[in-house]
Write a protein that binds this ligand. Structure first.
Ligand code: NAD
Ligand code: TYD
Length: 372
């Protein structure tokens, strides 16, 4: 395991060492960037299996940072997790690693149970062995979860609170619910210093192009159809990934051990309206940046396709607890956040093009040649 060389902390500064699982994925890599900037004296050990969703390119600009160490490995590998916790004297685990896409969980749920349930269990067991309450009172295990564990809301139902009963509907949501319950039990039974966050839909840089937001931006740049599931009236609450990272920092710094915090953007919108917005922003920003769009108007690419089985109708987050107890609120409106996100996918074409399958590469390259 040649990548197991320890980090090199600055000896002059008291630092903590964090184990960030899934740190090469969408939210994890944004968190690693955020943390390196906000807490430059802390060390970060990133553990990521580099599945289809993990991409070392997401951390490329941090390659030379001596405070960060990347380890390719599986959270289900107990020996590896034990070794990292011990060698690196990890005090904080921030657990992002997961299979995260609902459509994939419907097609093939096995990996979701393995990584999300068994992987979380493996981390908890390893951390339980490693944890020394008397010596390291600042230890934490932060489990990053989703609002999808609460199920689906009707149009006039109140938003999810931390006490809403769990009612997961997809295999993805059920696997995350199972992992949340394990974390809760490890606090209740063993007093493990855990924290759980349940966040709404994130958007921003480095999101794998299977999720709604990057898929729509990229398909507009390729002149491909924009698939709208069902009637497009499903509602999601959207939060910028940067605001999610700020919320996680607030929870790690000031959260009460054993507690759960809902995190949301207070930005509910129907899928159809969101795609309209993205189309308008894409046309506006591409024109300003002088980037060619193969098809205009972008709205003409919108195509209704058969619905996702069991498609949740509405998610909404009541984030009063994190606001009143920890003082966190989103810093970006959805308009600001979407504008920045559209611009990022417009100006980082090399990033997403490298992820597209070989099958489509030739076609994409042709379109790319047209745009430059
Ligand atoms: P992602 O799919 O982009 O990234 C997941 C990362 O985990 C990838 O880098 C992947 O390689 C890694 N991984 C997968 N299986 C692994 C394993 N067995 N061992 C080690 N690494 C493994 O996911 P994301 O969107 O960044 O989500 C991160 C976390 O946040 C997940 O736990 C997800 O449930 C939660 N979450 C996501 C959202 C969202 O909108 N994306 C919202 C709320 C909560
Ligand atoms: P997604 O990004 O997969 O997140 P989640 O299912 O976890 O909320 O999808 C967001 C919404 O967009 C969801 O209601 C499904 C819908 N959707 C489409 O209409 N078309 C698409 O191509 C995708 C990927 C999603």
């Amino acid at each position: 395991m040649e990548n197991l060389s320890p980090c090199q902390p600055d000896p002059a500064v008291l630092s903590r060492c964090l184990l960030v699982t899934g740190g090469a994925g969408f939210i994890g890599s944004n968190f690693v960037h955020y943390w390196c900037h906000a807490h430059p004296h802390d060390r970060l050990v990133v553990l990521d299996a580099l599945t289809y969703a993990g991409n070392l390119g997401n951390l490329a600009d941090l390659k030379a940072n001596p405070q960060m160490r990347f380890v390719q490995g599986d959270i289900c590998d107990r020996a590896l997790v034990d070794a990292l916790l011990q060698q690196e004297a990890i005090s904080i685990v921030v657990h992002f690693a997961a299979e995260s896409h609902v459509d994939r969980s419907i097609l093939s749920p096995d990996a979701f149970i393995r990584t999300n349930v068994v992987g979380t269990f493996t981390l908890l067991e390893a951390f339980r062995q490693h944890w020394e309450p008397e010596r390291l009172p600042t230890q934490r295990f932060l489990h990053v979860s989703t609002d999808e564990v609460y199920g689906s809301l009707g149009a006039s139902d109140p938003a999810f609170t931390e006490t809403t009963a769990y009612a997961p509907n997809s295999p993805y949501a059920a696997s995350k619910a199972g992992s949340d319950h394990l974390v809760r039990a490890y606090h209740h039974t063993y007093q493990l210093p855990t924290l759980v966050t349940n966040c709404s839909n994130n958007y921003g840089p480095y999101q794998f192009p299977e999720k709604l937001m990057p898929l729509m931006c990229i398909n507009m740049l390729l002149g491909k159809p924009l698939p709208i599931y069902g009637d497009g009236q499903n509602i999601r609450d959207w939060l910028s990934v940067e605001d999610h990272c700020l919320a996680l920092d607030a929870v790690l710094s000031r959260g009460q051990i054993g507690e759960t915090y809902n995190i949301g953007g207070n930005s509910e919108i129907k899928n159809l309206d969101l795609v309209y917005l993205l189309c308008d922003l894409m046309e506006e920003r591409s024109a300003e940046l002088g980037i060619h769009l193969p098809v205009r108007p972008c709205r003409s690419l919108m195509t209704f396709v058969p619905d996702r089985p069991g498609h949740d109708r509405r998610y909404a987050i009541n984030a009063t607890k994190i606001k009143t107890e920890l003082g966190w609120t989103p810093t970006q409106t959805i308009d600001q956040g979407l504008r920045r996100t559209v611009e990022w996918y417009l100006t980082h074409q090399e990033w997403w093009r490298s992820l597209l399958s070989q099958e489509y590469q030739e076609y994409y390259n042709k379109v790319y040649a047209l745009q430059n």
